[in-house]
Design a protein around this ligand. Structure first.
Ligand SMILES: Cc1cc2nc3c(=O)[nH]c(=O)nc-3n(C[C@H](O)[C@H](O)[C@H](O)COP(=O)(O)OP(=O)(O)OC[C@H]3O[C@@H](n4cnc5c(N)ncnc54)[C@H](O)[C@@H]3O)c2cc1C
Length: 500
């Protein structure tokens, strides 16, 4: 380590410099270590793309087979003319104004996802902030406040104020005499009085963090705080806690990012680097072990085609893997058969940006306790005329969508918009429903809770067949997990090649 490096590390250890949240993971291998080894990767989601990309760099003879007509898998940005195709044959064509888009799968990147952002840097992908939270957005419950929404800033700060008041009463009443010294009790009271904030009598009477009756202005117009707070029992009955806390989750905290123009800039950058390695419209129908390696069967212009290789990385969803003919040992077969996937969906609408002009909402999410939720406001092209609003992004089972027609789902989604933004629901048009459980080549949004034994099995190869995808990571539902799993699969193959 250089002198500078040693000083840097010491300063980090002393807390004088920020630690890097996470370093990108890469394959540890000598250059050219894949030379003479053939590898077939199945599925050009980000797991398959990164496996093939890293393998190509190491000199492997790689073929990447993708069933669909685009790279990226669940990293997909829908635009005018794109077609959403379900397994049952249902098709929807996007007819939004040119230039508008919506990330129908992956939509945001936390700053702590070092491997994903490492690739963003490598490919020089232009990025912008994804505004994941705005205190101007709403929390709403049909059974509270006559169904009228509250601004998030009011719910969050009123909750804090009431809890601080209760705690300060307990301290004053001797409730913590055993736990705290007199000095510490004084410090705690000071803390609560600022944190609430509380008045001199220890009461919470609203604050400028929560709600104003009158904004400050010029001349005589001064700020008036709204002292009409939401009672604590109302907040508790509304069960808003999860929504109040969502931005505290470590991978939902600011700063979050998105590629400019659509999340699919990431897979398209890989596809460009891979060139002829990537074969689109090439669905794999069988993977057979040969004793020396694998034979992979796929359809090329509808014709059955075979390719042999030393190794195969299956980076398709387990929901699809179990439908095709694969020589799996009983343990892998059992884990693949039992894998249970969630059915998350997004409904996206085009409309004028009333949420910005009339509601002071620029990005972020509003939550409803009943019906399609949340509303996710676009971070792209803020201040432009029109945008794409997501109204409903949760599991289909929560909204009982399984028994509804598309028009019924759209009516419910529009209803959610109307409850939060009365008089504006009708301004939305050209809705698109992307239910990942129904999507051809996916049949699920991400894997649900997996028993540890099955997870462990899928994280080990079955002879020459290796597995990648976010389901083979502890970062499920994020590209980060998919990248890490692809890198890990290739690392295992490379170690094997090296030791042979
Ligand atoms: C609604 C939603 C929201 C999300 N939000 C985020 C987010 O905000 N941030 C984030 O980082 N991640 C997010 N994710 C998760 C992220 O999209 C995934 O973790 C990641 O894209 C998974 O990549 P993968 O390569 O493992 O799988 P996939 O993307 O599913 O790729 C699998 C590929 O296999 C192909 N395939 C299927 N069958 C065959 C076959 N027979 N032959 C050949 N190819 C086949 C498919 O067409 C597909 O291209 C979200 C996902 C969803 C669904």
């Amino acid at each position: 380590m250089s002198g500078y490096g040693a000083t840097f590390a010491t300063m980090q250890a002393l807390g004088l410099l920020p630690m890097k949240a996470e370093n990108p993971a890469y394959v540890r291998a000598e250059q050219g270590s894949g030379k003479g080894t053939k590898l077939v990767v199945v599925g050009a989601g980000v797991a398959g793309l990164c496996t093939a990309y890293e393998a190509k760099k190491l000199g492997y003879e790689v073929t990447l087979l993708e069933a669909g007509n685009r790279p990226g898998g669940r990293v997909w940005s829908g635009r005018n003319g794109d077609v959403v195709e379900f397994e049952d044959g249902t098709k929807q064509t996007i007819e939004w104004t040119k230039g508008l888009y919506q990330n129908m799968g992956a939509g945001r990147l936390p700053s702590i996802h070092g491997t994903t952002l490492g690739y963003v840097r490598q490919f020089n992908i232009p990025m912008e902030i994804e505004v994941n939270t705005s205190r101007s957005t709403f929390l709403q419950n049909d059974h509270i406040n006559g169904g009228k929404p509250y601004a998030q800033r009011k719910v969050i700060n009123d909750s804090r104020g009431h809890v601080s008041e209760l705690l300060s009463k307990a301290v004053a009443g001797g409730g913590f005499d055993q736990e705290f010294s007199t000095d510490d009790k004084k410090r705690l009271m000071d803390f609560l009085s600022y944190y609430g904030p509380l008045d001199k009598a220890g009461k919470y009477k609203g604050s400028d963090r929560a709600d104003l009756k009158q904004y400050p202005g010029a001349g005589p117009q001064d700020m008036i705080v709204n002292e009409d707070t939401i009672p604590l029992d109302t907040i508790l009955k509304a069960n808003f806690l999860g929504y109040e806390m969502y931005e505290e989750a470590w991978d939902w905290q600011a700063t979050m990012f998105q590629p400019k123009g659509g999340m699919d800039a990431i897979p398209y950058a890989f596809a460009k680097a891979l060139g002829p390695v990537l074969h689109l419209n090439s669905p794999v129908t069988a993977i057979a072990k040969t004793g020396k390696g694998v034979t992979v069967t796929y359809l090329k212009e509808g014709k059955e085609t075979h390719i042999t290789a030393d190794y195969c990385v299956s980076a398709m969803p387990l929901t699809i893997l179990r439908k095709i003919k694969v020589d799996l040992d009983p343990a892998h077969q059992d884990a693949v058969t039992k894998a249970s996937y969630r059915g998350s969906y997004k409904i996206a609408w085009e409309g004028p940006r009333f949420w910005e002009k009339d509601f002071n909402i620029y990005g972020g999410l509003s939550f409803l306790s009943q019906g399609p939720s949340p509303l996710w406001y676009p971070s792209a092209d803020i201040f432009s005329d029109r945008g794409i609003l997501v109204a409903g992004y949760q599991d289909e089972s929560i909204d009982r969508f399984q028994t509804m027609t598309l028009p019924q789902m759209f009516a419910r989604s529009r209803g959610s918009v109307e409850r939060l933004h009365p008089g504006h629901g009708d301004k939305l048009e050209k809705p698109i429903f992307v239910g990942w459980k129904r999507m051809k080549w996916y049949e699920g949004s991400w894997i649900g809770a997996q028993p540890a034994a099955e997870y462990d099995v899928m994280n080990q190869p079955d002879g020459p067949i290796y597995f990648a995808g976010d389901a083979m990571s502890h970062v499920v539902g994020w590209q980060e997990g998919a990248f890490l799993s692809g890198i890990r699969a290739l690392q295992m193959i490379n170690d094997k090649v090296k030791s042979a």
